[in-house]
Ligand binder design. Structure first.
Ligand code: NAD
Length: 345
């Protein structure tokens, strides 16, 4: 009886489990002895130890079979931020998350851990050691973040001890690591095209980059400690490497690690910002004639040129969180994991 109960408590579902973070989460949960269901709109990988459920989280009938007999759910699905598709973000991140909540309640799930984002408080200006008490951004930097705010509010306010349903949100920042299809491949692609020669600003702005395994560790700690009367209920927690690093130094370490040159020249922050603003205006004026989606935007300039690092004291205090992998080790392991992107010496 006790064994059956323990087994049941170890059944979980990872929504978005085929994605970059999701796959790492699934692997770690399996390693820890959890029985894992993966729910995703695409089957991203093979793993005979998990059960895959293909479906759209916006459809309750798709979700319900993946939640049967499940105690804890991790929700880390989202359209990719670079798509900048307002309608899709709203549909999946906001309306879809409401469906996830409904389905969890209907299936008798007890714990829901949302992957939110530290960017929910970022407005494009410096944040140094920001805590979770900062207000949500009044002017979020993009549509993606706008809907991450709506999503997080919805999940945290759904915490309902009277129904034995507990929710919490993890806010990572700048996730990186092996198998990330975004950060490293995009950086190397830019370097190959000679676009990584300039840094924006004086290169001193500190930012959090967080190793994927540390982010996973934060999620699993949260899920295991989320229960009645826990300080996690209905609250958000930053999870970082707790080692903020100058933005351009981090990129330079990855670039030089893969045998590319680090950026050498500097553009003043204000100049880059106004150039990007000007470009956005031109794109707007031309939009009735031609569809353009520039990568050099004021939002990207702000992300690259401002301080934005966050305190994870709350996670340390209430979850006993401590990043298991240091930044040095994380960068080394990440670089090693992309041998195909290394430039021949
Ligand atoms: P990812 O794109 O690799 O994974 C997202 C997964 O969600 C994909 O497998 C995708 O197929 C799935 N998905 C999208 N729409 C779906 C739908 N309608 N139904 C079912 N599945 C759907 O993204 P990631 O980088 O692993 O990010 C995971 C989470 O972490 C996201 O919630 C993201 O907002 C958050 N986050 C990421 C970062 C980062 O630096 N990558 C930083 C902060 C927060």
């Amino acid at each position: 009886m006790a064994t059956r109960l323990r087994q049941a408590n170890k059944k979980c579902t990872v929504i978005g489990g085929s994605g970059f973070l999701g796959q790492h989460m699934v692997e770690s949960l399996v390693e820890k002895g959890y029985s894992v269901n993966v729910f995703d709109i695409q089957k991203g990988f093979e793993n005979s130890k998990v059960q895959f459920f293909l479906g759209d989280l916006c459809r309750k009938e798709d979700l319900l079979p993946a939640l049967q007999g499940v105690v804890m759910v991790f929700h880390c699905a989202s359209p990719t931020p670079s798509s900048n598709n307002r309608e899709l973000f709203y549909k999946v991140n906001y309306l879809g998350t409401k469906v996830v909540l409904e389905a969890c309640r209907e299936a008798g799930v007890q714990k829901l851990v949302l992957t939110s984002s530290a960017s929910v408080v970022f407005e494009g200006t410096d944040i140094k050691g920001g805590t979770e008490d900062l207000p949500y951004a009044k002017k979020p930097i993009d549509y993606y973040t706008e809907t991450k705010i709506l999503q997080e509010k919805e999940v945290l306010s759904a915490n309902a001890p009277e129904r034995n349903f507990f929710t919490t949100a993890i806010r990572p920042h700048g996730i990186f690591g092996p198998r990330d299809p975004q950060l490293v491949p995009i950086l190397i692609q830019a370097a190959k095209h000679g676009k990584m020669k300039f840094m924006i600003g004086d290169g001193k702005n500190l930012v959090d980059f967080t190793f994927v395994e540390n982010v996973v560790h934060g999620h699993i700690l949260a899920a295991e400690q989320l229960q009645r009367d826990s300080p996690l209920c209905g609250k958000a927690f930053h999870i970082t490497n707790d080692e903020p690093i100058p933005f351009w130094e981090f990129l330079s370490r990855i670039l030089t690690g893969l045998n590319y040159e680090a950026p050498r020249y500097r553009i003043p922050y204000w100049l880059a910002y106004y150039l990007a603003l000007l470009l956005s205006l031109v794109v707007l004026l031309l939009s009735p004639l031609v569809a353009l989606s520039p990568t050099f935007t004021p939002m990207r300039v702000a992300l690259a040129g401002t301080f934005h690092y966050y305190s994870c004291e709350r996670a340390k205090k209430h979850m006993g969180y401590k990043p298991p992998v240091s930044l040095d080790e994380a960068v080394a392991r990440t670089v090693e994991s992309y041998p195909h992107l290394r430039r021949d010496a």
